[in-house]
Structure formats: structure tokens, C-alpha cells
Write a protein that binds this ligand. Structure first.
Ligand code: XMP
Length: 326
């Protein structure tokens, strides 16, 4: 029976409380794992990163982190995972470049649910292959958090745990952030020394940029989404909006329109910007951007990103629109 959050557990809100939680978890992890090895899929998202940092503190190189680059991550993310975990925390990190494998499987696939299914299944296959190469693994680390448990119990969302791993890879779970709410995970992560842009990052869907490149994903359009997104994040950070706006991203739809660059006619994609706020994700409102910021985004995106000649702003709340485009 896995641990449940005690009803009377105080909400972690201070560095001291985070420190006490970390100490407790280190002792628990050491008692559970002993001198055995733990395998962890490290995406670089908040939950898996904090989970990894806790495990590294408790058992060091007995933790084997696997970072799968499926080609749908944001600009700089795989590099940051390597920098923070391998270089700074001296973790045992396996980096798997699976970009071609994912993009080849996704080529020509237009149906959003089929795209999600391919990404999910391929991820499990790649991770299972890496797991089989390892010797002596007895535990699977997971960044499951308390809302994941509550939502899966309420039937809202399928809990993304070991489900899917083949029979011969059913390890005992180690879930050191399982009883924490998201805000608590962030405080613990900060106390563990993880960088702010990792701990306070906005929500990012599992299928990543794959759902922001609607229809059949092509490498050139995917690259355009990634570059537009990087510019948007840079400009939001510069304008003091990072961490204030709940989620913001770009979409590059699969249609083209005419434009002019250096006096020559172009026929290129538009970039759609979406920036929204919410408390429960059931309803979202649109962030109204300052005109100067919009002008700067239009200027930078149309001049710096190959293949883009227009920038559009999505003013639609949810409902009637969803957050993502597919
Ligand atoms: P929607 O588009 O359903 O999005 O209004 C609500 C929130 O969920 C995120 N989202 C996903 N997250 N896998 C995920 O892990 C998915 O397939 C997925 N689809 C949407 C979305 O980014 C937003 O925060």
C-alpha cells in the first residue's frame, strides 16, 4: 500500500519545512532502497526533476536517470537536463537521442489522438529498452504528485505511472514527492538547489511541441514552433511575465499565406501566440499583452524564425476553445 497524504499534514510553505521534508525523505529512500539501484525517466519537468534531485541526495549514483529526447521538447531543455543533472549534480544520467525515431514514426500522422498514442508508446518502448540494458535495477523512481493520485481516483485522468512498462520490468516504486501538492514540490525543488526556470516552469504537455505543430509534423515546421516558443519565453521573461502568466506558447498551423521579405514575395506559415491564466484549467482567460510587447514579438518572430511571415494572437478563452490546438 503506497503512502497517502495525512489529512492533517501541514502545507509546506517555507525553506525550513522543505528542509525537514527533504531530510525525512532521504532517510525513507535510504531505508527502502538500501544498496540497490533505482531507474528514473527524467523529462526535465518539475516533478521528475525534483524527484531526481531528492533521489540523488539520498542515494547518489545508485540512481540511474534516463532522459529521452523525443524531439518535441522546447529549445534548450535537453541541454539543461544534462547541465543540471550530469554536470552540476554529478548524476548517473543516460541521454537517449531518440529524435529520428519519434519523428519517423510520426511522419504523415494527422490525427491528434494517434499522434499522442505514438508518442506515449514510443516513449515506453525507448525507456524499456534502456531499462533492459541496465543490470541490478530493483526500483522505479517516479515523480507522481498528490493531485495525480486524486485525479486518477476521481477518474479525471489516467495516472501516468508504471502503466505500460512490460511485465518483466515491473519494479517496486519509489515516489518521494507523492504526497506533495505542486506548490510544495516547487519549494522542495528550490531548497534542493534546482534552478528557478526548472522549478517554476509553466505546465507543458507530455506530447510536447507535437500538439503545437497541428496535423502531420514536419521537421521544418516543428523547428519553427520551437524557435517561436523560445522567443516568446525570452520576451515574457524580459517583460516580467514569466511565472505570472500561467501558460504561454506558440502554435504553427499547417497553412501558408503570402508576405514580403526584402522586397520579395514569400508564402509562409503564421505563428499563433497563446497566453492564458487559470486556476483549475477547466476555464481559462486570456492575458492581454502590452502593445509594445506584441510589436516586439511580431518583429522578432517574423525576422528571426525561418518560414514565418505573420504573427497572430489568440484572444479566445476556454470555453469555447481548449488550451491546446489539438
Ligand atoms: P486543454 O487543451 O485540454 O489543456 O484545454 C488543458 C491543460 O492540459 C494540458 N494538456 C496536456 N497535458 N498531455 C499532457 O500532459 C496531453 O496530451 C495534454 N493535452 C493538453 C495543456 O497544456 C493545458 O495545460
Amino acid at each position: 500500500m503506497l503512502e497517502r497524504r495525512p489529512d492533517n499534514m501541514e502545507r509546506i510553505a517555507t525553506p525550513e519545512q522543505a528542509k525537514a521534508y527533504i531530510e525525512e525523505q532521504i532517510a525513507d529512500i535510504q531505508a527502502q532502497v538500501g544498496d540497490k539501484k533505482v531507474l528514473l525517466a527524467l523529462s526535465g519537468g518539475v516533478d521528475s526533476s525534483v524527484c531526481a534531485a531528492l533521489l540523488i541526495k539520498a542515494i547518489g549514483k545508485q540512481l540511474v536517470c534516463v532522459h529521452v529526447n523525443h524531439g518535441l521538447l522546447r529549445k534548450g531543455e535537453p541541454e539543461q537536463v544534462i547541465k543540471v543533472f550530469r554536470d552540476e549534480l554529478d548524476a548517473n544520467l543516460i541521454y537517449v537521442d531518440a529524435v529520428d525515431r519519434f519523428l519517423d514514426k510520426l511522419a504523415g500522422v494527422t490525427d491528434p489522438e494517434q499522434k499522442r498514442m505514438i508518442i506515449g508508446k514510443e516513449f515506453i518502448d525507448v525507456f524499456a529498452e534502456e531499462a533492459k540494458k541496465q543490470e541490478g535495477i530493483e526500483f522505479l523512481g517516479q515523480g507522481t504528485i498528490w493531485p495525480d493520485i486524486l485525479e486518477s481516483e476521481a477518474g479525471i485522468k489516467a495516472h501516468h505511472n508504471a502503466g505500460g512498462l512490460p511485465e518483466d520490468l515491473q519494479f517496486e516504486l519509489v515516489e518521494p514527492v507523492r504526497i506533495l501538492f505542486k506548490d510544495e514540490v516547487r519549494i522542495v525543488g528550490k531548497e534542493l538547489g534546482l534552478p528557478d526556470n526548472m522549478v517554476y516552469r509553466q505546465p507543458f504537455p507530455g506530447p510536447g511541441l507535437g500538439v503545437r505543430c497541428p496535423g502531420a509534423i514536419t521537421r521544418d515546421r516543428l523547428e519553427a514552433v520551437r524557435e517561436c516558443d523560445a522567443i516568446l519565453r525570452e520576451e515574457f521573461a524580459a517583460a516580467g511575465l514569466a511565472g505570472k502568466v500561467w501558460q504561454y506558447f506558440t502554435v504553427v498551423p499547417d497553412f501558408k499565406s503570402t508576405g514580403i521579405t526584402d522586397g520579395k514575395r514569400t508564402f509562409n506559415w503564421p505563428c499563433i501566440i497563446r497566453a492564458i491564466n487559470t486556476t483549475d484549467v477547466m476555464e481559462v482567460t486570456v492575458e492581454h499583452l502590452a502593445p509594445e510587447l506584441i510589436d516586439r514579438l511580431v518583429q522578432r518572430i517574423t525576422t528571426e524564425v525561418p518560414g514565418i511571415n505573420r504573427v497572430l494572437y489568440d484572444y479566445t478563452p476556454k470555453p469555447p476553445a481548449t488550451v491546446e490546438y489539438e
